[in-house]
Design a protein around this ligand. Structure first.
Ligand code: GLN
Length: 488
């Protein structure tokens, strides 16, 4: 029998269309796997009834020869940051732990209309702040490559679930690396599209000028299939570009001869982890072998990306999270005065990392420090953006590591200072600040047998080239996707 939980979405669609399998069979296989995989703590909320109802409806559409969505019958999971109508959406926080949204996010609505089956809501760092899922109110997710390891974050539940066969694909969101770094830690593929490619409507906001939705799956093609359904203009989000969404799968030509690929020297600091450097060099060699032209480039303001990101992201977070006040959305902790009620509700409802960022953000926006921090950070952000624009006059794409290390152990992570954990975002924040698309895909294993991914960064709205190069790299790297899963 086909191993239903290890299929790629593209293969499952073929089997469904040939009526060799049904969506109900496919969905049931995933529900069984989810049960076996509970030890990973990937799901915050499982929705088996909804999943089976979705699957039955899909099978019926197929049997009746009705019009099908592009992903009809495919079981997926949604990051628990996406509002799902009538289904609890927590942002992995205590303050939203009982929140049942009265409306659906645009992206999950589009995926629903594409015929997907929703298996449940997956774990994330609290309000997507973090790189490990360790800040989740619902506990850390475990990495299927080793139960003592973090899956990365914030979309760590998505990454672990995809890697372990607990769903075929998942939504993630990426503000400063939250799709790309967990994809690297778990040996899967994910893309942060161009800022403005997908609607943010109904995604719990972290930093609105950076937040971007994206797919996570087990192949470049699967991400291309999912993104096509997720992207596109939306009357509820004016920051989405009024551009047509191409069929990204048509970009997967298998031919990248003559493509110019930039390798920025700033991403190779002294002391770069040698295993990461080795995988990067392997990727570069594979690109050369495929006929691409590899060019050394410079992105001179790279070193400022991390501090700029943490100023801008915290500033926006402090403003976005002011809405959780005990009056709207949330459970309230009473106090003698209104101010005391706010204080009690927020002190009780937010975890320490979220509080830290609200305080940092409030500080950089305060009257005496606004210009010194926030205004200056905005200016430097423009320089980082300009670096990419300049580089893309010379090259078609840029290839760099996704993360400075393979997955870390939870023990090691717990003992790190907040600033040390922020350093893990060093390779992902520049593309976020510039708003350019970036795909992360696994290229090989560390000496210890852990996956390591590379990013392919493209021009604004040129996801096509990113997918095209990613597809060639994926095939030439021949990465074995199966973690040595440990299941309870
Ligand atoms: N790890 C980064 C942070 O903690 C990125 C998070 C994200 O992209 N949501 O802010």
């Amino acid at each position: 029998m086909t191993d239903l939980v290890n299929l790629h979405i593209s293969d499952a669609l073929d089997l469904l269309n040939k009526k060799e399998i049904s969506s109900v069979e496919l969905t049931k296989a995933h529900l069984v796997e989810m049960e076996k995989g509970r030890v990973l703590n990937a799901y915050i909320t499982e929705t088996p009834e909804r999943a089976l109802a979705d699957a039955e409806a899909s099978d019926k559409r197929r049997a009746n020869g009705e019009k099908l969505g592009a992903l009809d019958g495919i079981p997926i999971a949604n990051k628990d940051l996406y509002c799902t109508k009538g289904i609890r959406t927590t942002a992995a926080s205590k303050i939203l732990s009982k929140f049942i949204p009265p409306y659906e996010s645009t992206v999950t609505q589009k995926l629903k209309e594409a015929g997907t089956v929703m298996l449940g809501k997956v774990n994330t760092d609290q309000f997507a702040m973090g790189g490990s899922t360790a800040t989740s109110y619902f506990g850390v997710t475990k990495n299927p490559w080793g139960l003592d390891l973090v899956p990365g974050g914030s979309s760590g539940g998505s990454a672990a679930a995809v890697a372990a066969g607990l769903c075929m694909g998942a939504t993630g969101s990426d503000t400063g690396g939250s799709i790309r770094q967990p994809a690297s830690f778990c040996g899967i593929t994910g893309i942060k599209p161009t800022y403005g490619r997908c609607s943010r409507y109904g995604i719990v906001a972290f930093a609105s000028s950076l937040d971007q939705a994206g797919p996570m799956a087990r192949s470049v093609k699967d991400c291309a299939l999912m993104l096509r359904e997720m992207a596109g203009p939306d009357q509820f989000d004016s920051t989405v570009a009024e551009l047509p969404v191409p069929d990204y799968t048509l970009a997967l030509t298998g031919d990248i001869r003559g493509k110019k690929i930039g390798i920025p020297k700033e991403y190779r600091p002294n002391g770069l982890n040698p295993e990461v450097a080795k995988i990067w060099d392997k990727g570069i060699q594979l690109l050369k072998d495929a006929g691409a032209e590899v060019i050394d480039i410079s992105l001179p303001h790279t070193k400022y990306a991390l501090p700029v990101y943490y100023i801008v992201a915290c500033a926006e977070a402090s403003s976005n999270l002011s809405r959780y006040d005990g009056v709207r959305y949330t459970t309230r902790v009473e106090g003698k005065t209104l101010d005391e009620m706010y204080e009690n509700t927020r002190t009780d409802g937010f975890g320490p990392e979220v509080i830290r960022r609200i305080l940092l953000g409030t500080f950089v926006l305060s009257a005496g420090f606004y210009d010194a921090y926030y205004t200056r950070a905005q200016r430097v952000r423009r320089l980082i953006y300009n670096d990419f624009v300049e580089a893309f006059k010379q090259v078609d794409a840029i290839v760099v590591p996704a993360a400075p290390t393979p997955a870390l152990s939870y023990e090691a992570f717990k003992n790190m200072s907040p600033v040390d954990t922020y350093l893990g975002d060093v390779f992902t924040t520049p593309a976020s600040l510039a708003g350019v698309p970036s795909l992360s895909l696994p290229i090989g294993l560390s000496d210890g047998g852990l996956p390591i991914g590379l990013q392919i960064i493209g021009k604004h709205f040129d996801e096509n080239t990113v997918f095209q190069i990613g597809d060639v790299l994926e095939k030439s790297a021949g990465f074995d996707l199966n973690p040595h899963r440990v299941k309870g």
